[in-house]
Design a protein. Structure first.
Length: 210
């Protein structure tokens, strides 16, 4: 894992402008954002930008390429997360949600959408680093599991293709199963391909001839 100073964080917020001091809700939201950003910086993290959750978020994230997304959502966390997940669809990253909305249903929905850390209300400085570190570790673990699962599916698919190709050779050329596989393997070695690639090509040619 990288040192905190090597990571670039993007903070996503609904507080897009400096509020009027007479707007108590707007001021409270902006002041909360100030505390959050300050806490991240005090923990040694580099905040690359504070970005509004608007239609340009995708382009801004593409340009900034942050390592972690920190979402500040006083309310309406569901809408904020949906927007952030959509905006980061091309380059998924760990998402940490800071909110004062403590609802188990919202927690489950946030996690289902891709949030890897959900922090409710308040953020003591000593909590920041563990939260970010756990978010990154969990994100990397889940990504590794997805890669492993995808490889398993590809492996199963390859086995089915090879089995069909062997059956085609056995039927068309009266070969035994070991002989059919040996022929596939020899062709693969000669052509610098995998057995599954040769098998796929053989099946495609077989389809041409019915």
């Amino acid at each position: 894992m990288s040192n905190s100073g090597d990571l670039v964080l993007a903070v996503i917020t609904a507080a897009a402008t400096v509020p009027d001091l007479d707007d108590e809700d707007g001021w409270a939201e902006a002041d909360r954002l100030r505390v959050l950003v300050g806490g991240l910086r005090d923990a040694g993290y580099r905040v690359g930008a504070v970005l509004p959750a608007d239609a340009d978020l995708h382009d801004r994230l593409t340009a900034l390429a942050p390592d972690v997304l920190v979402v500040d959502a006083e309310s309406g966390a569901r809408d904020a997360i949906e927007h952030v997940v959509w905006a980061s669809r091309d380059a998924p990253r760990p998402i940490v949600l800071f909110t004062d909305e403590h609802d188990p249903t919202h927690v489950r929905e946030a996690v289902a959408q891709g949030v890897v850390a959900y922090v409710v209300a308040g953020m003591a400085p000593e909590r920041v680093r563990p939260v970010i570190d756990v978010a990154i570790a969990r994100f990397e673990h889940e990504r590794a599991l997805r890669v492993q699962a995808a490889r398993g599916r590809e492996r199963d698919k390859a086995q089915v293709i090879v089995a069909r190709a062997k059956q085609l050779l056995m039927t068309r050329h009266q070969l035994s199963e070991p002989e059919a596989y040996a022929r596939l393997r020899r062709t693969a070695m000669n052509q610098g391909l995998t057995v599954a690639e040769v098998a796929q090509r053989l099946l495609e040619v077989g389809d041409l001839f019915g």
